[in-house]
Design a protein around this ligand. Sequence first.
Ligand code: DC
Length: 244
Amino acid sequence: MKKITIAIDGFSSCGKSTMAKDLAREIGYIYIDSGAMYRAVTLYCLQQGLFNEKQVDEERLAAAIPTIQISFKLNPQTGRPDTYLNGENVEQRIRTMEVSSHVSIVAALPFVREAMVKQQQEMGKAKGIVMDGRDIGTTVFPDAELKIFVTASPEIRAQRRYDELKAKGEEADFESILENVKQRDYIDQNRETSPLRQAEDALLLDNSHLTIAEQKEWLASQFKRLTGFDEMPNEHKNPETNPQ
Ligand code: DC
């Protein structure tokens, strides 16, 4: 069956990654979390002391960017891909509040975006990919056959993020999470290079009041509409087909 490219863009913390991962697993496609790549570059900057307050040393980062290798490997325990920075598993470390509060600055740098977009296009060359992010349908894969733009209210997104942190046993403060969500929305939508916006041919999905099951059903119907592929394989049947 002919494989397509699926681009899922939208605001932070609106469940894009979970949705994209589940879809990829069900249809046997490769999943790439492009946000994890910007987070890994941010972690690199923090580790190397490239931040001074909220400013990043652009000159040193530009010199280092060709040496920053980001890859994904399936974690057999979770059945999901982990992010690697120069060969080291950083999946946990890129999800901290420290990285979250610095990542928009790094993701706004044109030379960082250029390097990441190049790597992402390389990963999607053979199609059969679900990639989520902010500029996938507009910049990375403007010819993607299926483009989805996901949104939900800032309060609902902050609550989800709060619940997620609490479930992991981490400290969480709702007001500061909400502030972080709003701040990231603003930076993502107003940066000069590849600002977050809905591609003209993207389908809008507001999942504020949708259950996971309803959302899955909607996604499956969009995929079937385009590919005619009616039968979703069992999600755990063949994780080897989704090694990324
Ligand atoms: O989806 P996320 O929250 O993990 O993304 C982390 C940051 O990276 C977020 O501030 C937006 C940015 N990002 C981006 O600019 N372009 C992408 N394709 C993906 C993420």
